[in-house]
Structures are given as structure tokens and as C-alpha cells.
Unconditional design. Structure first.
Length: 136
């Protein structure tokens, strides 16, 4: 299993009138978690698109709001890949407030598409190689 934590502070413009992280901003946090977790493996999302011509559209997203996260709190975006990806990759996200209380949980399934043919493909070799040691 692969897990990566990324820390981010809630900015004023990301909050609603109550001073809580606005619910519509959570999918952006999932993207931050995905991008930074892939970067932590020594890869870049951008390189998959530019060099490998592979993109990852979202297939399914599910979210559960448990507790609010407030303005200026340092949150932890935990990204987990529980299963080794094949043609689909599932990212589980847990978002914690500054006190490390679980405030939000989500799962996002994506698939791999060849940008030139628009056909589904398997997980890129570089990503398989980078993740392999986490599943042995």
C-alpha cells in the first residue's frame, strides 16, 4: 500500500461565509494529493501527459464530509493507493485538520487513456515501476 501526506494551509479565499473550507474546493485537494503523491515517487503528472501521452480522466468520485476545516488551519491531505493499479487507479483521500482529526474522506477512480488514440491503456510502466516496491 502506498501512502503520502501533503500539508496545505486553508486560505481565506477557499472558505465560505462561516470561515469553513468551502465544500466545492475538496476535489481540488484530491488533485493536489494525486499530483504530489505521484511527484513523491519521482514522477510528474505533466510528464505522463507530455512525454508518455497518457492522461487520467476521472471515472468516479465519492466524498464524505465529517467535520469542518477552518480558515488558516494547516491541513494534511493523505493520499492512499490501496491496490496496485492496472487499467484503473483508485486514490483514497483522508483530510485532517491541524489537530489531526479526520474531517473528510473521499475516493477517486481514474483510468489511463492514450491521448493520441483516445483508447484506454494500462498503467504506464514508469508508474508501475515506481509503485512496485509498495506492494511486495
Amino acid at each position: 500500500m502506498f501512502t503520502y501526506d501533503h500539508h496545505k494551509r486553508v486560505r481565506y479565499g477557499e472558505t465560505d461565509q462561516m470561515g469553513y473550507l468551502y465544500y466545492g474546493n475538496y476535489p481540488l485537494l484530491y488533485e493536489i494529493g494525486r499530483t504530489e503523491s505521484i511527484r513523491s515517487l519521482g514522477l510528474r503528472y505533466r510528464d505522463m501527459e507530455l512525454d508518455d501521452r497518457i492522461m487520467m480522466p476521472v471515472l468516479h468520485m465519492e466524498a464524505r464530509y465529517l467535520n469542518p476545516i477552518k480558515y488558516d488551519e494547516q491541513m494534511t491531505i493523505r493520499t492512499i493507493i490501496k491496490e496496485f493499479p492496472t487499467k484503473i487507479i483508485k486514490f483514497d483521500h483522508e483530510i485532517y485538520n491541524e489537530s489531526m482529526e479526520l474531517c473528510h474522506r473521499a475516493s477517486v477512480k481514474l483510468f489511463f487513456v492514450d491521448m493520441d488514440t483516445n483508447k484506454r491503456v494500462s498503467t504506464p510502466q514508469a508508474l508501475q515501476h515506481a509503485l512496485k516496491s509498495h506492494y511486495e
